[in-house]
Design a protein around this ligand. Structure first.
Ligand code: CA
Length: 250
């Protein structure tokens, strides 16, 4: 006889995901609240109170079965020992791509952009509601899972379609010829809509870290790309300049 699942109620979604979240927050009350609400959602939560302890956990060289890598870091900015921005920067420099959600009392555009600039994936301003926190965590975890799936066959934004496997792009229904660098820039932009990229990080991702040249190269390619994509290159609607930081798509 075949075994039958003896449950009528659907399993809680978070439980089946069994994601591991690292919470880094020095304020006891907030840390406990985070730990409690994320645990209640079914996540496996580890909480630490300073940046150095977090780094120790995140940069352990060989994740073991008992201690698998974290799927998400919820990170306060103002921390003793190593602050949140430095921690972010350090992790990314080490090639650690664990999604990071920054928590901060500071909500200015500059802080937000700076957080994203050093490699955080999202930003939540204190005080925040538990519901919003959980929604953001879910979204980041979902996005991270999608990164492991095969590349999408088509990237789409407004009237731009990019087919990575065919290296083909259409804009308003017309095929557009892009150079390999222009194509890689566009593909990167479309994979991370609304993410702010510095010229340096674009150089790194598209030209490679051993590229010798300056960031003006990026500006030149962005100009060419705009001429090919934008209705009015002097008033771009796709590739936007973020003054003082770089560029973003959409
Ligand atoms: Ca703090």
């Amino acid at each position: 006889m075949q075994a039958v699942e003896l449950t009528d109620a659907p399993a809680p979604v978070a439980l089946t995901e069994a994601n591991r979240i690292l919470v880094v927050e020095d304020e006891d009350l907030i840390r406990e609240m985070l730990q409690l609400s994320l645990t209640e959602e079914g996540y496996c939560v580890t909480a630490v109170a300073d940046g150095r302890a977090a780094l120790g956990l995140l940069l352990q060289t060989e994740p073991t079965q008992a201690l698998p890598p974290f799927d998400l870091v919820v990170l306060d900015l103002m921390l003793p020992q190593v602050n949140g921005l430095d921690l972010c920067r350090l992790l990314r420099r080490q090639g650690n791509a664990t999604p990071i959600l920054i928590l901060s009392a500071r909500g200015s555009e500059t802080d937000r952009v700076l957080g994203l600039e050093v490699g955080a994936d999202d930003y939540l301003v204190k005080p925040f509601s538990t519901r919003e926190l959980i929604a953001r965590c879910r979204a980041l975890l979902r996005r991270q899972k999608q990164n492991y799936l095969p590349q999408p066959t088509v990237l789409h934004y407004k009237d731009i379609y990019c087919y990575p496997q065919q290296c083909r792009v259409t804009v308003r229904g017309e095929v557009v010829n892009l150079s390999p660098k222009e194509f890689r820039l566009l593909e990167l932009f479309m994979n991370y809509p609304r993410r702010v990229w510095s010229r340096e990080s674009l150089l790194d991702r598209v030209w490679g870290s051993d590229f010798v040249g300056d960031s003006k190269t990026v500006d030149v390619h962005i100009r060419w790309l705009r001429q090919k994509l934008e209705r009015d290159p002097s008033h771009p609607e796709y590739i936007l300049t973020v003054r003082g930081f770089g560029y973003r798509f959409g």
